[in-house]
Design a protein around this ligand. Structure first.
Ligand code: IMP
Length: 431
């Protein structure tokens, strides 16, 4: 049975939560392998909205195993709050349905404080992070000063590692930023209840996921953020601090890459970005504003208005190729019903390099703010698509738009989404 990767093919917020929730019906296990509570995966079930930050998006289907693997940066206080919030809303959530890796790194208050202070320090060069402590936690992991969930569960080990970590962090807080230091006992006290509550969830998740694969279970790997925010392959330094695509699964779970059968990218029918950094097709005029209002483009985690613009075929083609996509899914197609004319960036010019009409992504040789996109237009359709469930029932122009994107990008569109509800999808090909 398959192991399937689902990843964001733009700058995050492509609607992955809804797609994973839907695909989970057929899955046994849903696995988060990177990122942390910077993610906000939204699932709408019969008008009721759930925003998931750390808990995998399979949780709204009973009987599934949801895994937070070692590559995730886990804020235990946020995780506990999320578990309790979901339970209060009737979601059956316990160690039988949720597993937490002992190898995942722990986000502490100090990481969140440093995240915010570093942003202030960067001034004009700020990244626009979510403030969830993601960068500082992964920095500690790479510097080998991080604290893993297994260390955090062992009171003495937690204290020892925290002492070592805070010696350096408090010097930074006090001497560089002129801020009050973090008191170790206070921090440990704040974590006492969470440690007790989360201990039963902690297992060797890599071993469990591999065992599930051997038992021929269906496993979904849920990417967070998007390829254009990938630490290595995105618009560095305006990226998140993890490997957001299929490549992140091997190390973020402990799952052999050769065991992954299929991989699907998700993109919107237009494009959005939150935070700073280059965004070639951004439209800061009336069209961008209209996309924002019709698509309700406000961050699920921070509430920030998203930057909006047209579909960028160069970037999506790159994202799909990089991840060896089997196919891709196009979300928010219904939002484009608001437009007479729909634009798509089909190539880039790079004036500084004398390059014209290039359809290959130049991100590792120039920064994306040096590219000028070339647009082509497609006539709008104006029909309401939100109740359409079959591809052949879409208006001709909407189908032409989808098939045009497919040709530009060079990968098959397997599914379309036409609204936030679980059932507002148009399957096009078998997954
Ligand atoms: P961080 O992940 O909080 O460090 O933020 C780094 C960059 O990634 C910022 O531009 C954030 O806005 C962006 N980012 C992080 N998580 C998400 C997400 O889930 N959706 C969209 N953008 C995100």
């Amino acid at each position: 049975m398959p192991a399937i990767s689902v990843f964001g093919a733009q700058w995050g917020d492509e609607g992955k939560g809804k797609i994973i929730d839907r695909m989970s019906r057929e899955a046994d296990m849903v696995v988060r392998y990177q990122g942390g509570a910077n993610a906000g995966h939204t699932v709408v079930v019969r008008g009721e909205k759930f925003v998931l930050h750390l808990v995998p998006s399979g949780v709204l289907h009973p009987g599934k195993i949801n895994v937070i693997a070692n590559g995730v940066a886990v804020d235990p206080l946020v995780l506990l709050q999320e578990i309790e919030g979901l339970r209060a809303r009737g979601v059956d959530l316990g160690p039988h349905s949720l597993r937490l890796s002992g190898g995942a790194h722990v986000i502490l208050d100090v990481h969140k404080r440093i995240d915010l202070l570093a942003e202030r320090w960067r001034g004009e060069g700020r990244i626009g992070t979510t403030g969830r402590g993601i960068g500082p936690c992964y920095a500690d992991k790479a510097a080998r000063t991080g604290i893993r969930v297994a260390d955090w569960l062992d009171l003495e080990l937690f204290r020892t590692r925290l002492q070592a970590s805070l010696a350096e962090k408090n010097a930074l807080l006090e001497r560089v930023h002129g801020e009050a230091p973090i008191r170790i006992e206070e921090l440990m006290d704040r974590h006492a209840a969470a440690r007790q509550a989360l201990a039963p969830f902690v297992v060797d998740t890599g071993a469990e996921v591999r065992a599930a694969w051997r038992a021929r279970k269906t496993i979904l790997f849920e990417g967070a953020q998007g390829v254009m925010l990938d630490l290595d392959h995105g618009t560095y330094p305006y990226v998140t601090s993890s490997s957001t695509g299929t490549g992140g699964i091997a190390s973020g779970v402990g799952f052999p890459p050769s065991w992954i059968d299929r991989s699907y990218g998700i993109s919107k029918a237009y494009c959005t970005r939150v935070g700073e950094g280059p965004f070639p097709t951004e439209d800061d005029g009336a069209d961008g504003e209209r996309i924002r209002e019709v698509g309700q483009e406000y961050g699920a985690t921070t509430g920030r208005p998203r930057r909006c613009g047209w579909f960028d075929a160069v970037a999506v083609r790159y994202a799909l190729e990089l991840n060896g996509a089997t196919g891709w899914m196009v979300t928010n197609l219904d939002v484009l019903s608001a437009f007479d004319e729909i634009k798509v960036a089909t190539s880039y010019d790079v004036p500084a390099r004398g390059l014209k009409q290039r359809s290959d992504y130049p991100g590792s040789v120039v920064t994306l703010d040096q590219v000028v996109p070339n647009y082509e237009s497609h006539p709008g359709w104006h029909d309401d698509l939100t109740a359409t469930r079959r591809y052949e029932d879409l208006p001709r122009r909407a189908r032409d738009y989808v098939e045009w994107l497919e040709r530009l990008v060079g990968f098959p569109v397997v599914l379309l989404s036409v609204g936030p509800e679980r059932d507002q999808v148009i399957p096009r090909m078998a997954l």
